[in-house]
Design a protein around this ligand. Sequence first.
Ligand code: ASP
Length: 321
Amino acid sequence: MKINRRNFIKTGAVAGGGILLSQIPSSKIFSSSIKDLKNPIVVSTWEPNLKSNAKAMEILLTGNNSLNAIEEGIKVTEADPTDSSVGYGGLPDAEGVVTLDASIMDWSGNAGSVAFLQNIMHPISVARLVMEKTKHVMLAGEGAKKFALENGFKEENLLTEESRTAWLKWKEKNEKKDNHDTIGMLAIDKFSNMSGGVSTSGMAFKLHGRVGDSPIIGAAMFVDNEVGGAVSTGNGEYVMRTLGSFLIVEKMREGNSPQKACELAVERVYKSYKNLIDVNVCYIALSKSGEVGAYSLKKGFTYCVTTPDDNKSYESDFLIK
Ligand code: ASP
């Protein structure tokens, strides 16, 4: 196995103001030993989410906790109509309906999630309300929507013209569309408390009713404040069947670095399932001490690491070379 060289590819403003992305040399390697826990840190899947990390860091730098940072950070991507995998503007299912999955978890082991939620812009906030206002962990479909509406959320059309056109084209030609851009985010605040969250519109043109890994605690996201956390993106069916994020946290608990733990979880998928054509599975992990790991089955996964002075994206190492 190659040593993970996380090539830093983009940078963005850390907090406040606009997000300035600029291309910079890809030779720098992220140093994954951020041990100073007075300094908060945010990590997330996919380079376009630098903007969400910037928002989360802005929240952390006001002294706010990691749960608020996760919610506000993820909301940035959910509200972005140009992001075709999350929230507003997400690609619909086979019947042209945008259906959303999300989950959130705090440092005390509290968790909330929503599955198959429709017409609500911020599933991450509904997931948080499920966690805080009910004795349940997951609400799905019409029930989740009813709960959201009763709690002040408004019903909105999330299908943009661009997404509708893409769906019509897909119906006509039945073309496959890769759509693996779930936002998964982990953050540690100045109190050394970690939270995590994930939000997605799931696989593009999936069967109506399909729910992915994102609302399943331990699949797409898991946080244990004594050890660390992990989030995933990619083909949720493979993450669900191996309970990847929980596996990564348990591997870290056994003493593995976040990097090694991500590699072990990807290797588990590779060993368990032979036919991996058109499949990618990607993980990032953050240890309690602020160390970051990332790994994917195949090339192409990028992730963001944000500290008070830096907001950069990196290319993940991968298994199938
Ligand atoms: N994991 C998501 C799902 O299977 C897909 C993605 O990461 O975009 O729903």
